[in-house]
Design a protein around this ligand. Structure first.
Ligand SMILES: NC(=O)C1=CN([C@@H]2O[C@H](COP(=O)(O)OP(=O)(O)OC[C@H]3O[C@@H](n4cnc5c(N)ncnc54)[C@H](O)[C@@H]3O)[C@@H](O)[C@H]2O)C=CC1
Ligand SMILES: CC(=O)C(=O)O
Ligand SMILES: [K+]
Ligand SMILES: [Mn+2]
Length: 353
């Protein structure tokens, strides 16, 4: 029996609802496999914890997580309780950076049984590789002066090491897929970091002569996601561009509630963290209608990363069977409750086993 220690951080809002659902599916998958045991340890670090303790996680939080194989997280943020920059930087981003989870992998594809809101989506199947450790999301900057003299400065940080790492990951991924990498740039407007980004992209591409490459400005790229998403294979993007593109990726699939993600420590020196693209959705929390598919598909990505790809395929198949049968939450135009969707996915998983 292969045992894995998984740290579970449901976080805020619907994170507390969809994480237990995904755990039910992963448990069912482990049972089908027979040789895989997932040992879950729960941590209640979130905005309520902050209100009690003045921090999003204890001082030794990162040390506590270090011994786990992986981290399974829901979402962080409850803007009514704690300002978002404090909650996200105090937990989510702290973990991403603390464990050098430098790559955020976010697929978007046309699922069987789901109509995209696009009129002519064709059969798109793309993956956004988002640089996850620096870029526009930096702590470098500050505020000075008062009143009408106030100034806010926010610096973007692009290192050769991290830029190259994200790009190499994208090329390696494309080599296993359709061999096409698109770089998301904005070197017409951002005059230092993005020309640098373009230069590094050209240099890295030299090492992959068999790959096709395109460099596209992020504004046009966003429009192409809507007009012709099928042209994309792998897209490599900076932290901010990747963040925005992947909500759009969720939207063109049918809902941001189904979009999965993986924050990878590709060196496997530290745990990686698996959490869907969506946030804590305070507008629908407590109603039992959150779509659990984003979290469940994220669980599939965790199994893939742990080397259980066949099991992952089984889960995605069961998700598609469920969508095809019309069992969908309201965000997908359906009337099913969250738990009914999960129950149906588990039943379909057992049928496929
Ligand atoms: N990685 C993370 O933990 C993230 C955290 N957040 C945080 O979440 C909080 C809310 O942020 P928003 O901007 O509203 O983004 P959000 O992703 O939480 O919600 C955006 C919209 O999508 C809907 N939605 C999201 N997930 C859904 C699901 N599983 N099923 C059905 N509908 C779903 C929501 O109801 C809402 O209408 C904020 O505190 C924000 O900072 C936002 C994005 C990512
Ligand atoms: C914070 C956020 O929106 C994300 O990581 O996608
Ligand atoms: K999330
Ligand atoms: Mn986001």
């Amino acid at each position: 029996m292969n045992k894995y220690e998984i740290a579970v951080i449901p976080g805020d809002g619907i994170g507390n609802e969809v994480v237990p659902e995904a755990m039910r599916v992963l448990e069912a998958a482990a049972e089908i496999h027979g040789g895989l045991s997932l040992q879950w340890s729960q941590f209640s670090w979130n905005c309520e914890y902050y209100l009690k303790h003045g921090q999003m996680m204890p001082d030794d939080g990162i040390d506590t997580l270090r011994s786990f194989n992986q981290i399974f997280l829901g979402a962080v943020g409850m803007p009514g309780l704690v300002p978002d920059h404090i909650s996200l930087w105090g937990l989510l981003i702290k973990i991403r950076r603390g464990f050098q989870q430098s790559i955020n992998v976010r697929p978007a594809k046309l699922l069987r049984g789901l109509e995209s809101p696009l009129k002519n989506p064709k059969d798109f199947d793309l993956i956004v590789v988002r640089e996850n450790s620096e870029g526009e999301y930096s702590e470098v900057g500050g505020r000075i002066h008062q009143g009408s003299d106030q100034i806010a400065i926010q610096n973007a940080v692009f290192t050769r090491k991290s830029t190259e790492r994200a790009m190499r990951y994208a090329f390696d991924l494309a080599a296993e897929r359709r061999g096409h990498v698109t770089s998301a740039t904005k070197s017409n407007g951002i005059s230092h970091s993005m020309p640098f980004w373009d230069e590094v992209f050209k240099e890295v591409a030299v090492d992959y002569p068999e790959m096709n490459t395109t460099s596209t400005h992020i504004d046009a790229l966003a429009a192409f996601f809507v007009m012709k998403p099928h042209i994309f294979d792998v897209i490599v993007a900076s932290n901010l561009f990747g963040d925005i593109l992947t909500d759009l990726g969720g939207a063109i699939m049918g809902s941001i509630g189904i979009a999965p993600a993986a924050n990878l420590n590709i060196e496997r020196k530290y745990p990686s963290m698996f959490e869907p693209v969506h946030g804590s959705a305070p507008d629908i929390m407590g109603q039992g209608v959150a779509n659990p598919i984003g979290q469940i598909w994220t669980g599939k990505m965790m199994l893939d990363f742990m080397g259980y790809r066949e099991l992952g395929e089984l889960i995605l198949g069961a998700i598609e069977d469920t969508l095809q049968a019309g069992v969908r939450t309201p965000d997908l135009g359906g009337r099913a409750k969250m738990m009914e969707v999960t129950d149906t996915i588990i039943a379909n998983l057992k049928k496929r086993a």
